[in-house]
Design a protein around this ligand. Structure first.
Ligand code: GLU
Length: 442
């Protein structure tokens, strides 16, 4: 069997869109599944819109995801001689000719392909057999001049020269395929196998765009998503393993991937689903690594606070941050919302805030006085969330939970929205907890 060679053909007119990255991942998986290779070529013939600055960004994105190509990068802009020679070849064999650009008499010349006007059938691995009568295309344009070939022509020459055996690309390219097959045949190449992949929409069924959220690998990384989670999620945009499994490493994807399991209908990019998968990966990571990443995502003043008291920071990490975050960037939002502030700055007592329903301030004072008495009995060494809860729980059930826990929580945090009072007391430590509770008596 011939060696499988697939391709990444990005046009460097911007950062690679995550939808195209999905397509590239599929090309990678298919090649690697067959011990094949992936060719990278930058399709930069559109000189106005192409910018070389996007090339290193693309390479970095492949590295980040671990889907580095094997061959290239080639650049179409460096292959103009090759295209000219092939165009001339077609002209010499009367398979292409110089003709009018339009019938309006403007006199502009273009190079047209002499369409054999025949029916072609190709077998698409996703869409099945497709038969097209090419007569409708007429003698289509393949170059604006001998030095200026258009997209269909350059792609075909490259696919032939680079020995591409399989083309996996977005379904938006399907209309190009019959023309490209005609050209491949005219140039004496071997027609590759095709799989046209379903398009990717946002959850509003519209084409995935910036409005929906991040749409580049760099954008996802900047929000603290993990590469393994991005790869895992991308694989599910159009492919599924045929069972309930959702977590796949890149290696597992390589062995499980198949063209038969690619769906026809558009895929939906679901950011919540990506979040859930990311959280799964995040919880597997080494705690030190996670801690360093979280520090890196915190605003600098919060970071300094964390670093000033590592024991407290470890408790916040375990009980507040890791309970909640889906991706590292979530801690930035938590910090911005002031969710760490009260662990470091003692809040002023707000007598309105601490009163539970119709309870009087006197009642709150009485209850908090009893809480202090009970907590003072807890040994320093036993100061843990569960012990604190066990110390208070049965009693709070007798006297009314809200009447105790509401003032306790709001005195400790100074905030309407905060974690439960046992977590707060544990993170703050025994002394600070009792001192804060005592502010009700001052
Ligand atoms: N350069 C094209 C694009 O970025 C890809 C063409 C192809 O896959 O044949 O959309």
């Amino acid at each position: 069997m011939t060696k499988v060679i697939t391709r990444y053909p990005p046009s460097p007119t911007g950062e690679i869109h995550i939808g195209n990255m999905r397509t590239m991942l599929f090309n990678y998986l298919w090649a690697k599944k067959h011990d094949g290779q992936v060719v990278l070529r930058f399709e930069d013939t559109d000189r106005e819109r192409s910018d070389a600055k996007y090339e290193p960004i693309a390479l970095a994105a492949f590295d980040t995801l671990g889907i580095t190509p094997d061959l290239g990068p080639f650049r179409q802009s460096e292959r103009t001689d090759v295209y000219r020679e092939r165009l001339q070849g077609l002209i010499d064999r009367d398979m292409a000719y110089e003709g009018e650009e339009s019938s309006d008499g403007s006199g502009n010349k273009v190079i047209r392909f002499r369409n054999p006007n025949k029916e072609i059938t190709f077998q698409d691995h996703v869409l099945g057999d497709i038969t097209i009568d090419t007569t409708d295309f007429g003698d289509f344009v393949i170059a604006r001049s001998i030095n200026d070939p258009i997209y269909h022509f350059t792609v075909v020459v490259d696919d032939i020269d680079m020995g591409i055996t399989h083309i996996l690309r977005g379904a938006d390219h399907i209309t190009s395929t019959p023309r490209q097959i005609l050209l491949i045949e005219a140039l004496g190449g071997v027609v590759p196998e095709y799989a046209h992949l379903p398009l990717i929409n946002g959850d509003d069924k519209k084409k995935l765009s910036k409005r929906h959220g991040a749409v580049t690998v760099g954008g996802f990384v900047a929000q603290g998503y993990l590469p393994a989670a991005i790869v895992n999620y991308l694989a599910f945009l159009g492919w599924n393993p045929g069972d309930e499994r959702e977590i796949f490493s890149l290696e597992e994807l390589v062995s499980e991937f198949s063209l038969e399991r690619i769906g026809k209908s558009p895929a939906t990019f679901n950011y919540d689903k990506l979040d859930d998968i990311n959280r799964h990966y995040l919880l597997q990571l080494d705690a030190d690594f996670v801690y360093q990443e979280i520090l890196a995502f915190l605003p600098v003043d919060t970071k300094n606070q964390f670093e000033s008291d590592s024991v407290k920071a470890a408790k916040i990490m375990e009980l507040i941050i890791l309970e909640r975050i889906k991706k590292f960037g979530d801690v930035t939002a938590m910090a911005d919302a002031g969710e760490f502030e009260y662990f470091y700055t003692r809040p002023d007592l707000d007598t309105d805030l601490i009163q539970f329903k119709d309870d009087s301030l006197e009642k709150a004072k009485e209850m908090i006085g009893l809480v202090i008495e009970k907590l003072e009995q807890v040994d320093d060494a036993d100061w843990a969330k569960d012990t604190i809860k066990d110390t208070l729980w049965d009693w709070t059930s007798e006297v009314g939970r809200g009447s105790v826990l509401h003032p306790m929580r709001t005195i400790l945090s100074g905030s309407k929205q905060s974690p439960d009072p046992f977590t707060l007391a544990y993170v703050l430590g025994k002394n600070e907890t009792i001192e804060r509770l005592n502010t009700i008596n001052q």
